[in-house]
Write a protein that binds this ligand. Structure first.
Ligand code: SF4
Ligand code: SF4
Length: 590
């Protein structure tokens, strides 16, 4: 009996991993991929799953599991793939034993990322097959197929999701009574020539990779996931992933070649399709990866002028393409105007323990190399206390580089606990080894907050809730050679200022661990006693506004300035504003 359920692609992938007999899964959280592992964790009895400390380690766990004969899955966002590429590039030479599926979720438009990149490019570079689902049903079906393909061709297989497919929910036909596939593990076979990538063995592996790529291209040509949908042949579209949905919506009457298995590109399939249409148009999200290969094969493609190469596609942008190609586009629906609505830039939560650190660093006029996490919001006004953000773990090396370049003044690196454990430790080791004098501030809330409060080695529990070691971050810092390491209460602003000033001015490297829980994860915002401003004492000096707490509002106007007021519904009583007010105007509500 048919049984349809509404699932996001991330949920569908988790379900498919279960049904396909996957037994080991690893990931590092990152939007928009996080829910893949969160949903697999609900199946923890069947799949051994983990939050790994970073994507490289997650990929290595999956590689080990594959070599041991198990079906395995690893999930990450696009920038995580950069971190994981080192082991993946070589594992494409060695080859999978148990099926290995790599879920990588791109973020076109950078809803929650520091850059925009197309993971298909890296997949082509690594010579691995890529599935591009257009909806959750395909995410489910393709995950199944990816495990089989991985074992058939002994290659890790990518599934490229994007924000829209990862998070949009569509109907998936799942038989609730379908048993989980009983995959008999192939077990581990010691085979040094096969599994040890040293030059002598890697050279024949290299040749095998090329041979395999051509075999995969033939496979793709016959894949059920690459299909022609015939229509008016004045135009023919080659498309993949979420772009397919937009093409079908805006050009419903025309022929489409939908590529579900897009790498290696089935060139002859495209050539045959091109021969049946007057004009061939390629629509893909982000890089012109398909288009460039199609052109390189000598197949004529319409040179589209509508800008489609950057940011997320949507039906309106594809409607502009229709206007260019046919001149008959129905204007996109008028969007409701946002005029008059207040700007709502992202901001640290009311009572966030990171706020005081940035307030003090700004006060001390430190140059701050920042990192990836909620705390990147410290870059925005009124705190404006972060000077750079590059990628996970880059703060510490960047700060050292500033020092080596001879920059004057106080230099700090600011990094969260999860990011420090992800890729900051080696940077700190480098500071100690190369005699840097920067101060590294670790914002320790013992959780991976930005992606939704996932556990990390500082949390004391695993993804399944099992108790485990709680990493001592201070001990790690000392172990890599930093002598000046101290912990400070992130809410004690006077102590923070004293310690940060002392460490920033010290002639050697130091680490300040600012400890304070995430107010959302600990529900500190529930039932808290809010603070109030006494308007009779408030002088409208404006100092508390510099904290940037969203609970602090403008009160009564005093000339061009404003007294402050506190929103009792938002305030969690963290006390930071009371500490900065020099007029004792702020206190807990009695
Ligand atoms: S710091 Fe104190 S005096 Fe200054 S605006 Fe805020 S509440 Fe008023
Ligand atoms: S006590 Fe002050 S700084 Fe803390 S949440 Fe309330 S208004 Fe914001």
């Amino acid at each position: 009996m048919e049984h349809k359920v509404l699932l996001s692609a991330n949920e569908a992938v988790a379900q498919a991993a279960y049904h396909a007999g996957c037994t080991v899964a690893a990931a590092y959280p990152g939007t928009p991929s996080t829910e893949v592992m969160e949903n697999i964790a609900k199946l923890k009895d069947a799949i051994r799953c983990e939050w790994s400390v970073n994507e490289k380690v997650a990929a290595e766990v999956a590689i080990g599991a594959s070599l041991a004969g198990a079906r395995t899955l690893v999930a990450m966002k696009h920038v995580g793939l950069n971190v994981a590429m080192d082991p993946i590039m070589t594992f494409t030479f060695v080859g999978a034993v148990g099926g290995m599926v790599v879920i990588v979720a791109d973020d076109p438009g950078m809803h929650s990322s520091q850059n925009e990149q197309d993971s298909r490019v890296l997949a082509k570079f690594a010579r691995v097959p890529v599935f591009e689902p257009s909806d959750s049903q395909e995410a489910y079906d393709m995950t199944h197929a990816a495990f089989d393909l991985s074992e058939q061709f002994e290659v890790p297989v990518f599934i490229r999701l994007t924000t829209r497919t990862s998070h949009a929910s569509t109907l998936v036909n799942i038989d609730p009574d379908a048993p989980r596939k009983e995959v008999v593990s192939k077990g581990y076979t010691k085979d040094i020539i096969r599994n040890v990538a040293v030059p002598a063995y890697a050279r024949p592996m290299r040749a095998r990779v090329e041979k395999r790529t051509e075999a995969l291209r033939n496979f793709a040509a016959n894949s059920e996931f690459n299909r022609v949908e015939k229509g008016d042949n004045h135009l023919g579209f080659v498309t993949a992933g979420i772009s397919y949905q937009y093409v079908k919506e805006v050009f419903p009457e025309f022929s489409v070649l939908k590529l579900g298995l897009s790498n290696p590109l089935p060139v002859e399939t495209i050539r045959n399709f091109a021969a049946t249409v007057d004009r061939l148009v390629v629509v893909e999200e982000l890089d012109p990866l398909l288009e460039e290969q199609i052109r390189a094969a000598g197949i004529a493609v319409v040179d589209v002028k509508t800008p489609l190469r950057m940011m997320e596609l949507n039906p309106m942008r594809i409607t502009a393409l229709r206007q260019e190609l046919l001149g008959d586009a129905t204007p996109p629906p008028v969007q409701s105007t946002l005029d008059g609505l207040p700007n709502r830039p992202p901001v640290l939560c009311a009572g966030c323990s990171h706020r005081g650190v940035f307030y003090i660093l700004a006060k001390l006029k430190a140059t701050v190399a920042g990192d990836i996490g909620c705390y990147t919001l410290g870059a925005f006004a009124p705190l404006s206390a972060m000077d750079t953000t590059i990628c996970m773990g880059a703060s510490i090396g960047s700060a050292l580089g500033m020092e080596k370049a001879g920059m004057d003044g106080r230099i700090a690196a600011v990094i969260g606990d999860s990011t420090f454990l992800h890729s900051g430790i080696t940077g700190l080791l480098n500071v100690a080894y190369n005699r840097g004098t920067i101060t590294t501030v670790i914002l320790d809330n013992s959780i991976t907050a930005m992606t939704g409060h996932q556990k990390n080695p500082g949390s004391g529990t695993t993804i399944t809730g099992a108790e485990t070691v709680t990493i001592d971050i201070a001990a790690i810092c000392r172990a890599v050679g930093i002598k000046r390491v101290c912990e400070v209460d992130a809410y004690n602003l006077a102590e923070l200022e004293r310690v940060l000033k002392e460490e920033l001015d010290a002639p050697e490297a130091s680490v300040v661990i600012a400890k304070g829980p995430c107010v959302i994860a600990t529900k500190a915002n529930v039932g808290a006693t809010p603070y109030v401003v006494d308007p009779n004492k408030c002088t409208a000096c404006g100092l508390c506004f510099k904290l940037g707490c969203p609970a602090i509002l403008r009160g009564e106007a005093v000339g061009k300035r404003f007294k402050s007021a506190i929103d009792p519904a938002a305030c969690i009583g963290c006390d930071q504003c009371r500490q900065v007010c020099k007029f004792n105007a702020i206190s807990p509500r009695s």
